[in-house]
Write a protein that binds this ligand. Structure first.
Ligand code: CA
Length: 240
């Protein structure tokens, strides 16, 4: 299989995934984030364990990646607390080779997998992908507005039976709008949902992607599904 094709398949299976990373080593955290974002995975990062627990409770993440030794609250305590509260988001623990905890503890406390530092991005992405597949947390339901049909788990999109090819990021924008349809989402809500809370680039990226979506899902079909509500934001509506 040609390399480019492998890369594409990889991207399709991880795109739209949202990860909460709780890691206090800033250099490592930055490096993980860059690696995952390059795969189209959105990463929210916090350095403190207590903050991590609060964010994890929001229930918006597909996978939690927890370091063990953290200020505030350690990774094991976060894991145990979440499971006690019946939060079942898949958890990957990052362990150190000479850490004071045994990796078996991670499973006992409710983690789904662990990865020993140091690790490569490729291995991390593969583990996350496998966790998501095993947990089945990728939503299986098909989303439909008018003649537009989107399958989030297969990452496919079609209109009038014609398949539409979207990049992982375009797909994520469309999926968030569809799930909340017909609500109007502000640019910042879309930024948080698709690019992550700590995205610090130009917020106008949202407009750019809304434009890409229109060119793919609307214009060729004479439709106006992606609507701009002036001064408020964007919405998906079944108006043709
Ligand atoms: Ca640490």
């Amino acid at each position: 299989m040609p390399r480019s094709q492998v890369g594409f398949r990889w991207e399709v299976q991880t795109g739209g995934m949202r990860v909460l990373l709780v890691e206090d080593e800033e250099t490592l955290a930055d490096s993980i984030r860059r690696g995952l974002e390059a795969e189209g995975i959105s990463v929210d990062h916090v350095a403190d364990g207590s903050d991590g627990l609060w964010r994890a409770r929001e229930g918006i993440f597909d996978v939690l990646v927890l370091d063990i030794m953290l200020p505030g609250m350690n990774g094991y305590e976060i894991c145990r607390t979440l499971r006690d509260e019946e939060v079942w988001t898949p958890i990957l623990m990052l362990t150190a080779k000479d850490g004071e905890y045994d990796e078996a503890d991670a499973f006992e406390l409710g983690a789904d997998d662990y990865l020993r530092k140091p690790f490569s991005h490729v291995v991390l992405v593969a583990r996350l992908r496998s966790l998501l597949r095993r947990s089945g947390s990728a939503p299986a339901k098909t989303l439909t507005v008018g003649d537009l049909v989107v399958d989030p788990s297969a990452m496919t999109c079609a209109r009038d039976g014609v398949a539409i090819d979207l990049t992982p990021r375009e797909f994520a924008v469309l999926e968030v709008l569809l799930r909340r349809s017909p609500s109007v989402l502000s640019k910042h809500e879309l930024l948080d949902a698709v690019w992550g809370m700590d995205f610090d680039g130009d917020p106008n990226i949202v407009e750019v992607y809304v434009g890409y979506l229109r060119r793919k899902i609307d214009r060729p079909f004479g439709a106006e599904t992606v609507r701009t509500v002036r001064g408020v934001g964007y919405q998906i509506a079944a108006v043709r």
